[in-house]
Design a protein around this ligand. Structure first.
Ligand code: R5P
Length: 297
């Protein structure tokens, strides 16, 4: 498979596609005009069937524009997009009108991908798969938590979702490792953003507990959940999260809870000088193996 590499994609992921999956990378020529607008040109003839890869964080808006420029360039060539691989999908959490007058951001941004012949989107752990399915896309949503947990040396006694919405992730991990699962009760004030995790009866004394979630942004959810578990007597708490957005305070907030480990995927660009308790797992093989499975069926 030939893949078009756009600037949001972490180099470690692209390297994995080349070395572990045997895919061939092509890079477009890109530059920024003096007024700040982006320019892009396909630098070589691209294959008929092409995977386009872009991760939409950080600088979400620029990455989205770069993606649209690339898709239009492909549309004007003989090639077609077989898969659009978006390891991290920005604006995915605003998938409903929570308050009157709000936009559905997923609809505003992604429905126009159809104009460029995109019909299949591959992603890692989108916040709500339904938000893209309802726009008419075929969506392959890969949950990486079990894969990431099996890549580290950790014996887990219980897997927990920090809220009901994350329960399917906890169930998937629990099934893979044959361990019990549960969820916590989280409430977020839609106006202030403040999070509360209610203590419910959690029998976690002496246990190693994995908390699985899609995103760590401010770190508030994971920190509150970790504290609640330590207060209830947990021995170790391991956060297993698909996308760690690296907001400046998130590392401090999490570090102050004494969390044992944070395991996350290389879906977005990460600095290399992270604290030792943060483990970044390359998910390139997971993605290409899943894709080969679908293609061969
Ligand atoms: C919310 O429903 C998501 O699944 C995450 O729990 C949330 O986005 C994490 O955000 P933060 O780190 O800011 O609490």
């Amino acid at each position: 498979m030939m893949f078009l590499y756009l600037s949001g994609t972490p180099p470690s992921l692209a390297k994995g596609f080349e070395e572990k999956c045997g895919w061939r990378m092509v890079k477009p020529i890109g530059k920024v005009f003096p007024d700040g607008e982006q320019y892009l040109r396909l630098s070589e003839a691209v294959a008929n069937d092409l995977a386009v890869i872009q991760s939409l964080y950080p600088e979400q808006d620029r990455k989205i524009i770069e993606l649209y420029l690339a898709l239009e360039a492909i549309n004007g060539s003989e090639s077609r997009v077989k898969f659009l691989i978006l390891p991290y999908i920005a604006y995915a959490r605003q998938d409903k009108r929570f308050l009157r007058g709000e936009p559905i951001s997923t609809r505003a941004i992604y429905q126009n991908l159809k104009l460029f012949g995109v019909d299949t989107i591959v992603t890692i752990d989108i916040h709500s798969i339904q938000s893209l399915i309802s726009l008419g896309f075929k969506v392959y949503n890969i949950l990486p938590h079990a894969y990431m947990l099996s890549s580290i040396n950790e014996k887990i006694d219980l897997v927990l979702a920090p809220d009901r919405g994350a329960l399917s992730r906890a169930m998937e991990v629990a099934k893979t490792f044959n361990i019990p699962y549960d969820y916590m009760d989280k409430f977020r004030d839609r106006v202030t953003g403040e999070i509360r995790i209610d203590r419910k009866e959690l029998n976690v004394a002496g246990m190693s507990v994995a908390i699985v979630d899609d995103i760590i942004s401010t770190g508030g959810t994971m920190a509150k959940a970790t504290q609640a578990l330590y207060n209830a007597g947990a021995n170790r708490v391991i956060a297993v999260v698909s996308h760690f957005l690296m907001l400046p305070t998130a590392i401090d907030v999490l570090s102050s809870t004494n969390i044992s480990k944070l395991v996350t995927a290389n879906t977005i660009l990460m600095p290399t000088d992270l604290p030792k308790w943060i483990h970044v797992i390359d998910v390139s093989s997971l993605i290409c193996n899943e894709i080969s499975g679908w293609v061969s069926h």
